[in-house]
Each structure stands twice: as structure tokens, then as C-alpha cells.
Design a binder for this molecule. Structure first.
Ligand SMILES: [Zn+2]
Ligand SMILES: [Zn+2]
Length: 806
């Protein structure tokens, strides 16, 4: 008997599989295509993270399971190599991102190969390679042609750490998602993609796609659809109008003042137009200047006290009751949301309530919970609930839901749908990304680079550091900037911003099957065959970033007639987070696990199994440093079992039932990504069938087949070397079970007295609980233990246990 040496056998099979290209499939000829995608990593210098191994293992087990179920599983892998992550690291190391990336990609690939996954390396992509980003630029041009890419001046989020603007989605709690710096607001001219055009579709399709609920919920919230009305307020003695968006037109009679954002165009025109006769001009100007220094987070933080200034001398008219109301500016109203102005109803909105209390503004209750009782409760906070209208003219007495539409119509309001989602800001004042393919000509304006001239290559330059101005470092490279206008041939300048790394990853799944195709980013026939992606597994932290962007890009490409589906991923599952001994893993804590250490000591099979054993894959797991030994022992046991395989035993119905039950359990668990309980069932199976003095060889074979997706190396070795099969276990068909054979007619139940097992009984599995009680109490042994006492309580767990409490 040979000892189990995981390192040796894993290396042997890795080599054999690679030589045979065991996992490569014929993309063109495949009959049963199954596209199994996982989120490609950005190749950091620290190497593969154990969190990557966790994510990819779960996805690979799914792929291997589908493969054994007869599918041609395409499981590609690549590198999200462009972007600020890689660039920031190069800056820190004093190296160049291009050199750094090349090195890291090679290192990652070698590490990934140790996992024993189905990766098809002939279809690798690297987003920083000109072969790839040529098509990212092409994608930008298609969007531009459709009017979905535009340049505009807007207040944008600027990260002082990364020295670039960020997309809305990259600002989390007012901070940069990459470097945690508090973001600032700047008014800059930037490139945007019109994702808002698809807000409705992005929202509605969520009802149809088979995705993890947690991600769908995050997307729904981020899209943030609210229905309401846009109402118009007149400014007294002036032709100006202020439009406000409100979801509560039913409270209009209680609107006692208006609030404009300090950036509202009317504010600046009031300042410059003497007709308004603002009495506190200096105070207003100071307030506007103070606002400029604040971050969006500081402005909207609910816990912070609200500030504002009245525009003294300006009055607005409430269109419902023609009452004069005051007009304020306040920084908690943002110019980018809605119309940049609100009607304040302090009785029915908590934020307005606090503001009104602070500045002693009138609070008028117009919705009461208990109409017709005319006494409204005295408010110590806003009443935001349902009720009946009071003090609302002809609408008094009406239920507030009904009044919403009616009051909006009464003041000629316009029904309106508002979204939280904003257009995707994609330009970055950085170096390490694809240059945006636009040329500026004094005569012709912004001209797209002709497709035949792609890629606009990113020049290799010594000084790639971000400048901290609103220009990318490319702006200082004259050979890059100076060019000819593609339209008139005159002198022109290139756009020097690069695009966001999330644009690179918004379409990579389209490229994988078509990496051998060079005329277009994706081959039409291949794409028809392989897309949309059948299963995508990744982290939920990408819910409103990558996963939203990829959906938008897919919809845009469909509308351009370039593909024929509008949702990129038929199924998406979010895996949980891997932590270590209760703590989040991070470099600063110094508790990051290197997968290499485990590949080289316990082997990939044990590491894969241990990671999956930690908990339900979709919920994550807590790595215990000594935990892997248990799984390693189990694999050793399996090894020895196959070496000592015993002779055949025929017709053991218990064993047969156990096997069918195990197949059923493991099948269902793997299908639902419950790998932890699948592993537990396999362990239990081994424990049970080895109790027999002799067990049928089919137990061992079934065990190996069920174990193959989880531990691909050891199962291959045992299948071929110990059991003498010629072909690979990974080409075996997944075992089936016969439901008839699982049926248990009789169950053995333990009978306990005060929690201690005192006897056993056998019952019909569908017997009533009372029958089980009766049977337990009638048992001779139990009678003796009871000594004639009457039980206080009898608890029955059907088919398992009867517990008698005395
Ligand atoms: Zn940053
Ligand atoms: Zn021109």
C-alpha cells in the first residue's frame, strides 16, 4: 500500500491534464454548451488571495458537477489588470504598472493552476493588453454612436487620494471605495455613460432573472425608483418658477417654505439680478462658499444638524392655498437629485421638521391619523404615516393616499418618476487604463477615433503619476496629445483621460469565448452559442458596480443590434465572505492566508474541501487555523479505503439504501451550493459503509464520483490507479439515485427518559405521534424505568426520538 502524498499526486495530474488539455472544449462544435463564469481577479503583487480561492473553488465545483452531468463546461479565467488598484500599487513600489502587471499576471496564473480548476487557459483575457482594450475603446465608440456616451460639466466626486474623479457607485458612505479618502465635490467636465436611460429596464428585469436576492435588492435600492409629482411654485412679484419633485403631493397644503440647493440656478440668478432685492446677500454668498468645502456625506448625514439661510426679501406662493411662504437655501438639498429644490412639509417629514424647529418656522399638520376626530396630536416629531387630510381646502377628509393624485392634478402638477441612479461617470485622470478614443478639433469639435485606428495605444511613459489637477498624466505627453483630426485633417488634440476599469470588466464575458477572433470583439456565431452566461458566481460587493454596469452594457449592445439578448447572466449567485478566526482578513491586520502554503503542505484537494466545509457557500465561512487537519484526515481515510478495497457483498439492502440516500443528498446539496453539508454527508457515508465487514465496490466508486468535483486530484488517482479504470473519473456520469430505493417504511426511534436513552422502538414512518407515544410507554424496558410514575411531559420528534420527562 502506498501512502497518500497529495503534493506528488496533484502535481502528476496537473501535468497530465495540462498536456491533454483535458478541460479545453471545442467552442465551435460544442453540442451542450454551459458557460460557467467567475469574477476575474485583479492581479495584485501580493499574489492570489485565499478569498479568491474560496470564490473560485465554489464556482469550479459547480462547473465540474455540470460537466459530469453531460455539459460542455466552459470555465475561462483572466485578469482585470487595468485600473487604479494595480497603478496605486506600482506607485507605492516605485515600479511601472506595465512591468508590475506582467509579472503579477504570470504569478497569478501559476497559483491558479494549483487549484485544480477547469480553467481553460487558451481563452485567457488581460484587460490591459492592446488586443483587449482595443475593443473596450470600440465599445465606447458604439455607445457614443448611440448617444449613450456624452461629455458634460457636472458636480462630481473627486478622490484626493486617488487624484481622480469617481463614479457615484464608487463612493461608499462618502468615501472612496478604493482608498477610503473622504471624497470632495468638484465641478468638472467629464465623460458619462447614460445608464439612466435603462433605469426602468434594469429594474423591471430583476423580477425575471434568477439572481441572489441580496443582489437584486441592492440593485433595486440603488436604482431607487420613486413615483411622485413635479409641482411648480411661483416666486412672488417675479416671473421665476421653482419646480420641486415630491412623493407626497398629498401634503402640499402643509408646505410652509421652499428649500433650494445652494447650486440651484435660480440662486445665482437671484444674486445677480437686483430685481429680487435680496436683503442678506453677504450671508447668502458666505453660505454658498461654505457649502463648496463640504463633502456630499457631510451635507446629507442624517445625524448632523441641518443648516440653511433664508433668502430674505424673496417669497414663494404655495400653489394649493396661495399662501406666501419663505424661501431658503440649505446644503442638505443636493443639486444632482430631483430638481435641486424641495417643498418643505415639516409636519410630515422628519428632516423638514428638525429644520423648522431650529429656525422657528411654521409647522402645519395636514394629515391626521384619526379623522374625523378634529384634534390632531401635538407633534414632537414629524408624522409620516397614513391618515386623513385636514386643513386642506376641498380635500379635507380625504384619505391621504387618494389625495396624492388629486392634489397633484389640482395644481397642474406633472406625474413624475424619479430615480436615485445617476449616469455612470467613466473618465479618470489617471494613466493605467484605455485612453478614451476621442479627438478634439477646433473646427469639428469632438470627433470619435475611426474604428480602423484602434487601439489608441497607451504610451509607455516614465512618469505616470497622477497629477492631482483635473488632467491625466497623458496630457503632458505631447507626442500622445498632438494628432490630426480624422474629419478635416487639421491639427487636433487627443482626449487624455482614460476610462474606468469597470468599463473593462463590463463586457469581458463576451470576449472569453471569442479570444481567437480578431475582426470584432466577439464572433456572432460563437456568441449565439455560448451566451448569455449560464452561471455567474461572485461577490455581492459588486452588486451596484460591476453587476449593474454589465447589465447596462449588454442592454446597450442589444439595442445596437450587436447581440440578441439583454441580460448577460441567466443565473447569478453571490458567495459569502471568508473570514479568519472571527476577524476580517486584511493586510493591515497581518492575518491574510497565503494559499501557496496550503497547496504545498496539505494540497489543493484538502484546501478546496476545507474552504467549502466552513459553512454554507452563500453565507461564507470562518477559517480556523487548525481546522484543515480534519478534512485532510478524511481524504487519507478515503485513500486507505481504496487501497484496502474488499470483496463484493451482494444484496445488502441497507447499504443500497444508504448509497441512494447519499447520492440524493449530495446531488441536491451541490445543486444548491450547499457544499458544506454535501461534504458532511460524504463523511457520514464513509463512516457508515465501512462499518460493514465487507462492502460492495460500488460504494467506493460512488463515493469517488461524488467526491470528484470537490477533490479532483485524489479522486482521479484512486479511480485510475487503485480501482484500475482506464478513463478519467471527470468524464464519468454523475451517479443517479432511485427514489424507490430510498423509501423507508420503518424507522427506529430512541426512547429517552429525562434526556437519557433507555430503549428503542420501531415504528411505521408515517405513524401518528400518539401511536409513537403509546408504543414508547408500552415498551418493557421503559415500564421498568418509569416505576409506575406518570410522565410530566412527552416530547416526540417523529421517527427520531420520544423523550419522556418525569
Ligand atoms: Zn481613492
Ligand atoms: Zn477637424
Amino acid at each position: 500500500m502506498t501512502d497518500y502524498n497529495p503534493i506528488k499526486i496533484e502535481e502528476k495530474w496537473r501535468k497530465k491534464w495540462e498536456e491533454k488539455k483535458a478541460w479545453n472544449i471545442d467552442i465551435k462544435k460544442s453540442k451542450k454548451p454551459y458557460y460557467n463564469l467567475m469574477m476575474f481577479p485583479y492581479p495584485s503583487a501580493e499574489g492570489l488571495h485565499i478569498g479568491n480561492v474560496y470564490a473560485f473553488t465554489g464556482a469550479d465545483i459547480h462547473g465540474r458537477y455540470m460537466r459530469m452531468n453531460g455539459h460542455d463546461v466552459f470555465e475561462p479565467m483572466g485578469f482585470d489588470a487595468f485600473g487604479i488598484h494595480s497603478e496605486n500599487f506600482a506607485i507605492k513600489q516605485g515600479t511601472h504598472p506595465k512591468d508590475e502587471t506582467g509579472k503579477n499576471v504570470n504569478n497569478f496564473r501559476e497559483q491558479l493552476k494549483h487549484m485544480g480548476a477547469l480553467f481553460d487557459w487558451e481563452h485567457e483575457v488581460d484587460t490591459s493588453s492592446p488586443d483587449y482594450y482595443k475593443w473596450t475603446q470600440w465599445l465606447f465608440l458604439q455607445l457614443y454612436k448611440q448617444g449613450l456616451a456624452y461629455r458634460a460639466k457636472a458636480p462630481v466626486d473627486w478622490c484626493p487620494g486617488c487624484k481622480t474623479v469617481l463614479a457615484n457607485e464608487q463612493v461608499i458612505g462618502g468615501k472612496c471605495e478604493r482608498c477610503d479618502s473622504v471624497v470632495e465635490q468638484k465641478d468638472l467636465e467629464q465623460w458619462f455613460l447614460k445608464i439612466t436611460k435603462y433605469a426602468e429596464k434594469l429594474l423591471n428585469n430583476l423580477d425575471e432573472i434568477d439572481w441572489s436576492e441580496v443582489v437584486k435588492t441592492a440593485q433595486r435600492n440603488w436604482i431607487g425608483r420613486s413615483t411622485g409629482a413635479e409641482l411648480e411654485f411661483r416666486i412672488k412679484n417675479h416671473e421665476s418658477r421653482v419646480r420641486v419633485f415630491t412623493t407626497r403631493p398629498d401634503t402640499l397644503f402643509g408646505a410652509t417654505y421652499l428649500v433650494l440647493s445652494p447650486e440651484h440656478p435660480l440662486v445665482s440668478s437671484m444674486i445677480h439680478d437686483s430685481k429680487f432685492m435680496i436683503q442678506n446677500l453677504d450671508e447668502i454668498k458666505d453660505y454658498i462658499n461654505d457649502t463648496k468645502k463640504k463633502t456630499e456625506l457631510e451635507r446629507t448625514d442624517l445625524a448632523k444638524e441641518k443648516t440653511g439661510v433664508e433668502l430674505k426679501g424673496v417669497k414663494a406662493i404655495n400653489p394649493a392655498n396661495n399662501k406666501e411662504i419663505t424661501v431658503w437655501i440649505a446644503d442638505y438639498v443636493l443639486s444632482g437629485y430631483g430638481t435641486g429644490a424641495i417643498m418643505a412639509v415639516p409636519a410630515h417629514d422628519q428632516r423638514d421638521f428638525e429644520f423648522a424647529k431650529k429656525y422657528d418656522l411654521s409647522i402645519e399638520m395636514v394629515i391626521c391619523p384619526n379623522y374625523p376626530d378634529p384634534t390632531c396630536p401635538v407633534l414632537d416629531e414629524a408624522y409620516e404615516g397614513e391618515g386623513y387630510l385636514v386643513a386642506s381646502g376641498d380635500f379635507t377628509g380625504m384619505p391621504n393616499e387618494e389625495a396624492k393624485d388629486k392634489i397633484a392634478k389640482f395644481v397642474n402638477g406633472e406625474e413624475k418618476i424619479n430615480y436615485h441612479l445617476r449616469d455612470w461617470l467613466i473618465s479618470r485622470q489617471r494613466y493605467w487604463g484605455p485612453p478614451i478614443p476621442i479627438i478634439y478639433c477646433d473646427k469639428c469639435g469632438a470627433v470619435p477615433v475611426p474604428e480602423k485606428d484602434l487601439p489608441v495605444e497607451l504610451p509607455y511613459v516614465e512618469d505616470f503619476h497622477p497629477t492631482g489637477t483635473d488632467k491625466s498624466p497623458l496630457a503632458t505627453i505631447e507626442e500622445f496629445v498632438k494628432t490630426k483630426c480624422p474629419q478635416c485633417g487639421g491639427e487636433a488634440r487627443r482626449e487624455t483621460d482614460v476610462s474606468d476599469t469597470f468599463l473593462d470588466s463590463s463586457w469581458y464575458f463576451l470576449r472569453y469565448p471569442s479570444t481567437e477572433f480578431h475582426k470584432k470583439p466577439f464572433d456572432e456565431t460563437i456568441t449565439k452559442k455560448w451566451l448569455p452566461v449560464d452561471m455567474y458566481i461572485g461577490g455581492k460587493e459588486h452588486s451596484v458596480l460591476h453587476l449593474m454596469y454589465a447589465r447596462f452594457i449588454t442592454m446597450a449592445l442589444r439595442d445596437a443590434g450587436l447581440i440578441d439578448f439583454e441580460e448577460p447572466f441567466v443565473k447569478f449567485r453571490a458567495h459569502g465572505l471568508l473570514i479568519r478566526e472571527g476577524a476580517k482578513m486584511s493586510k493591515s491586520r497581518g492575518n491574510v492566508i497565503s494559499p501557496d502554503d496550503y497547496f504545498e503542505s496539505y494540497g489543493a484537494d484538502a484546501l478546496r474541501m476545507y474552504l467549502m466545509f466552513l459553512g454554507p457557500y452563500e453565507q461564507g465561512g470562518d477559517w480556523q487555523d487548525s481546522g484543515i487537519t480534519g478534512v485532510a484526515r478524511f481524504l487519507k481515510k478515503v485513500w486507505e479505503l481504496c487501497q484496502n478495497k474488499k470483496g463484493k457483498v451482494k444484496n445488502d439492502p441497507e447499504l443500497e439504501r444508504l448509497t441512494h440516500k447519499t447520492v440524493k443528498k449530495v446531488t441536491e446539496d451541490i445543486e444548491n451550493l450547499r457544499y458544506n453539508t454535501a461534504i458532511a454527508a460524504l463523511m457520514e457515508y464513509v463512516n457508515k459503509f465501512t462499518q460493514n465487514t465487507a462492502y460492495d465496490i460500488y460504494c467506493v466508486e460512488t463515493l469517488l464520483q461524488l467526491l470528484a468535483p470537490l477533490a479532483p486530484h485524489i479522486t482521479e488517482e484512486l479511480w485510475q490507479e487503485a480501482l484500475g479504470h482506464e478513463a478519467s473519473i471527470h468524464n464519468e456520469k454523475w451517479p443517479e439515485y432511485d427514489p424507490e430505493k430510498i423509501k423507508e417504511e420503518r424507522a427506529r426511534m430512541a426512547v429517552q427518559i429525562n434526556g437519557k436513552v433507555r430503549s428503542q422502538i420501531e415504528v411505521d414512518v408515517d405513524a401518528q405521534e400518539d401511536d409513537m407515544k403509546e408504543l414508547a410507554l408500552g415498551d418493557e424496558k421503559i415500564k421498568k424505568w418509569l416505576e409506575g410514575k406518570t410522565p410530566k411531559k412527552i416530547i416526540v420528534v417523529p421517527n427520531r426520538v420520544v423523550n419522556i420527562v418525569i
